[in-house]
Write a protein that binds this ligand. Structure first.
Ligand code: BES
Ligand code: MN
Ligand code: MN
Length: 454
């Protein structure tokens, strides 16, 4: 094992150089104009898996973006770990707010800046490098390893959903190891045991059949933007409770024990508010910020489209307005049921003066994993050894919908061993990844193989 860690330590610069090459590929999954870059992303991953010593490395075509599969099954009788990650990234806009170009990786103060640095190229790459370290030193791994890397995480994972359902035997494993979450804070080894689910909806409100002069018609005709804005307000009450009937029916209450565990983390709401630049936090009454983010459902408008948005003024009464609305869900809420309840409520409150269309864009189930599972214990030990500190356990407000599919279809418990930080600007300008965490992540991955093989 010492040899493996030594190899990781002495190859740090090489690893960072390769990560830079990976980050130069603008693999933005949502944009059709980047289709070729998606293939380049998949090719990069498969080449590096091959170079690391993985077998049966394959780029798998799908309806949208390719998957990459690889395996090394040279440890009969030992457990199998399936490593999941994604090579697709979010769009870069607003581009003018980046201090360095998003696809020209730049290192500053021990951090690498580029789109995808922390979400998820940098984190996923750690595992390929830990495999390489074993292969180049000992010549074998202490357990069986499979990789499934996708290019559609940021757009709903539909190709991988289908692939998992049809390839249960191929993906069979004892645990799924994922690094696509965050540490509680800098330098603190952390296992995430809960993720929120998601129901993402689009509401389209149509009024008059064409845009109208807001003077000659205004006052006598419903304005779709006004109506839509009013409907969004009608979705929550003054205490931050969501008003959709039945919305909370399946929500698991926070236990006293869990609330105490959250409190023990000594989270500073003041500091948190300061970091994001607000005077005061806001949310559901009766809950702390961590409880609201980790264990309570929410409803948020993510975007609103309509009317005149150019410079200056134009007097117009628009024909249409659209809002993108997401609800983050917690166990045991079902995104399909929540989408139905949402639709029903919107139709109910919509006035007759407009037509309303509600579309379910995508969703994902929430997750809580047991803390006493062998894989969770192995990951917690591995991080502890790498960081030289005690591992803490937390939940997370974000979503990785494919994780529940793995848990259900493969009947394997997932382990979320994330090395990012929520302050690393994922999905926003100047995304970055702490290079010390990158290094510690590779070491943690190597220790995990050893711990889970036991
Ligand atoms: N890696 C994130 C999820 C995440 C972020 C987990 C921060 C923990 C901490 C993932 O890539 C992501 O962005 N997920 C989306 C899911 C959606 C597109 C279905 C999300 O949470 O919005
Ligand atoms: Mn991610
Ligand atoms: Mn993401």
């Amino acid at each position: 094992m010492d040899k493996v860690v030594e190899y990781i330590n002495s190859n740090n610069r090489k690893y960072i150089g390769e990560l830079k090459d990976f980050l130069r590929i603008p693999s933005i999954s949502t944009k059709d104009s980047h289709k070729k870059d998606m293939l380049r992303g998949a090719k990069f991953v498969s080449d590096k898996l091959k170079a690391a010593g993985m077998k049966k490395v394959k780029i798998i075509k799908t309806k949208r973006h390719p998957l990459v599969y690889a395996e090394w099954l040279g440890a009969p009788g030992k457990p199998t770990v399936l490593i999941y990650g994604h090579y697709d990234v979010q769009p870069v806009d607003p581009i003018e707010l980046w201090n360095s170009p998003p696809f020209e990786p730049t290192i500053k103060n021990g951090k690498i800046y580029a789109r995808g640095a922390t979400d998820d190229k940098g984190q996923m790459y750690m595992h390929i490098k830990s495999v390489e370290a074993y292969m180049k030193t000992i010549g074998k791994l202490p357990l069986n390893v499979k990789f499934i890397i996708e290019g559609e995480e940021e757009i709903g994972s539909s190709s991988l959903e289908e692939f998992v359902s049809k390839n249960i035997k191929l993906l069979k494993c004892d645990t799924v190891l994922i690094s696509d979450t965050a540490l509680y804070s800098k330098g603190i080894p952390t296992i995430t045991y809960g993720l929120r689910g998601l129901a993402y909806m689009e509401v389209e409100v149509t009024g008059p059949k064409r845009d109208l002069h807001s003077g000659t018609f205004g006052g006598a005709v419903a304005n779709p933007i006004n109506i839509l804005a009013w409907m969004i307000v009608e979705m929550t009450d003054k205490n931050g409770k969501i008003k959709i009937p039945g919305f909370y029916d399946d929500v698991l209450k926070l236990t006293k024990k869990e609330r105490e565990n959250f409190k023990a983390l000594k989270f500073s709401e003041k500091q948190f508010a300061k970091e994001i630049g607000v005077k005061e936090l806001k949310g559901e009454k009766g809950y702390t910020a961590l409880e609201r983010i980790w264990a309570r459902p929410t409803l948020d408008c993510n975007g609103i489209i309509g009317g005149f948005t150019g410079k200056g003024a134009k007097t117009v009464l628009p024909s249409k307005a659209i809002a993108k609305i997401s609800m983050r869900l917690v166990p045991n809420q079902d995104p399909k049921k929540i989408a139905r309840l949402f639709k029903k409520y919107v139709k109910e409150i919509a006035p007759k003066s407009v037509a309303v269309k509600v579309t379910d864009l995508h969703g994902g189930y929430p997750l809580v994993t047991p803390l006493n599972d062998k894989s969770t214990i192995a990951a917690s030990r591995a991080m502890q050894r790498a960081f030289g500190k005690k591992t803490i356990f937390m939940r997370e407000g974000g979503s990785i919908p494919i994780v529940t599919t793995f848990a259900e279809k493969l009947k394997a418990p997932p382990v979320l061993m994330g090395l990012g930080l929520n302050s690393e600007n994922l999905h926003s300008p100047n995304e970055h990844f702490d290079l010390n965490h990158f290094h510690l992540g590779i070491v943690s991955s190597a220790y995990f193989f050893e711990e889970f093989a036991k």
